[in-house]
Design a binder for this molecule. Structure first.
Ligand code: UDP
Length: 417
């Protein structure tokens, strides 16, 4: 198949760990690569966010990344990108002018708008099937973040519109299917394909990052409040009470868009909290870490903690499991599918530092349990979450979309969005 991916803010070529660069970048990059390996021709369209980026980058055999001029050629927060989706669709449609693809796959709601717009133009024959992965849903974000949600107001109706208009939706976890249904989307057109993990790269064997004799708890991800890193800091005093006073909490990620740690208000907030709780000596902020260093850092941890308020999927627990490290995870969203309670880690209720501390104490107290859960995590990651398996599931969703695509959707339907 000739596959177009659209990922407006999340380039597969971007550095990770900044405010808007995380799982979606990994997902688009790895899925595209896995589909190309399966023999498909994949082009990823993303917004040009720096002047020096070339128009087209050949990433591998059958895999290209195209930087489309859509808005200013600098970083723009994703919640301010909506006005540029028309230009993005123009650039995509221009690139298709010789030959439209067999399918177009939008990532995130705004890319879905651009995908539908480009797919339903006369030059695209009005009928390129559109597949959509939301990665995150506005309804869920609003429920948890309330007034702090910076999404544009239009998301309220445009996102469900993308869901209704796309030929097929790929949900990344079972929880998302319920959310999509609640948004009024026909469950008959939803497929489930999770995110995957690069198993050659994230494995238990290989170099281990330097560490001290202290227990090491690891938190990895973009430093945004909803990731709940403050909850892990709040767990440290409880862990002390349980007799674990020498524990180190290593926090990877953060540093804002500049990558400079001190410039990140969330970093200042977390350090302030650690000082207030008297645990500053236990908390180490590492800032953004390159992909190549991540497996060694995972291997150096006794446990990985993921304590988000909500999580559309969460690739970090999969990476930890693939490296054989047990995961303490809030029982929310995708973490309920990936982490098996008392199987590959321990579930805790969301927003509960005391429960995080109890789960960590149970693990730190019991090396045999850590090994058992870590080993089970390796097996689970290997058997269920290889990118090749995810690509095969995605391919099935593409085939269903091609088979069921309407014969000719009028451009007005796209406009009605
Ligand atoms: N990551 C990284 N370096 C960092 C911080 C994060 O490589 O400094 C990676 C991390 O290993 C994972 C991704 O960014 O692959 C985060 O994905 P996840 O789905 O957990 O969270 P999201 O950012 O999508 O909310």
């Amino acid at each position: 198949m000739r596959i177009s991916m659209i990922s407006e803010h999340a380039s597969p070529l971007a550095a990770l760990g900044g405010v808007d660069a995380g799982g979606q970048n990994v997902h688009v990059a790895a899925l595209s690569e896995a589909l190309a390996k399966r023999g498909h021709h994949v082009t990823v369209y993303t917004r040009r966010d720096a002047t020096e980026l070339p128009a087209r980058v050949r990433v591998g055999r059958r895999l290209d990344v195209v930087h489309v001029d859509a808005g200013p050629a600098r970083h723009v927060p994703k919640d301010e990108l909506l006005p540029f989706m028309g230009e993005l669709a123009d650039g995509v449609a221009r690139d298709w002018s010789q030959r439209p693809p067999d399918v177009v796959h939008g990532h995130f709601w705004m890319s879905g708008l651009a995908a539908l717009d480009a797919a339903r133009r006369p030059e695209s024959g009005y009928r390129v099937p559109v597949i959509q992965t939301f990665h995150a849903l506005g309804t869920v974000k609003r429920r948890h973040q309330g007034a702090e949600d910076t999404s544009p107001g239009e998301r309220r109706w445009l996102e469900p519109g993308v869901g209704r208009s796309a030929d097929r939706i790929i949900a990344t976890c079972s929880d998302e299917v319920f959310e999509l249904k609640a948004m009024g989307i026909d469950t008959g057109k939803i497929s489930i394909a999770p995110c995957g993990v690069d198993l050659d790269f994230f494995s238990a064997d290989g170099p281990v990052a330097a560490r001290t004799a202290r227990y090491r708890i690891l938190s990895v991800g973009r430093l945004v409040p909803r990731k709940g890193v403050d909850l892990v800091i709040r767990a440290l005093p409880y862990l002390r009470e349980a007799g674990f006073d020498g524990v180190e909490l290593l926090i990877v990620g953060g540093g804002g868009d500049s990558g400079v740690l001190d410039a990140d208000p969330e970093v200042r907030r977390l350090l302030g909290l650690a000082a207030e709780l008297g645990v500053a000596d236990q908390v180490r902020l590492q800032g953004q870490v390159s992909r190549s260093e991540m497996p060694g850092i995972f291997r150096s941890a006794d446990a990985v903690v993921c304590a988000p308020w909500y999580e559309p999927f969460g690739i970090v627990p999969l990476e930890a499991m693939a490296c054989g490290v047990p995961v303490v995870a809030a029982a929310v969203g995708g973490l309920r599918d990936t982490v098996v309670d008392h199987g590959t880690g321990l579930h805790v209720p969301p927003r509960d530092p005391e429960a995080i501390a109890s789960a960590l104490a149970m693990l730190l107290d019991n090396p045999a349990l850590r090994t058992e859960l870590g080993n089970a995590g390796k097996v689970r990651a290997r058997t269920r979450y290889s990118w090749d398996r995810v690509a095969a599931e995605t391919e099935k969703a593409y085939q269903l979309a091609v088979a069921g695509a309407p014969a000719g959707v009028s451009p007005m339907e796209g406009a009605a969005l």
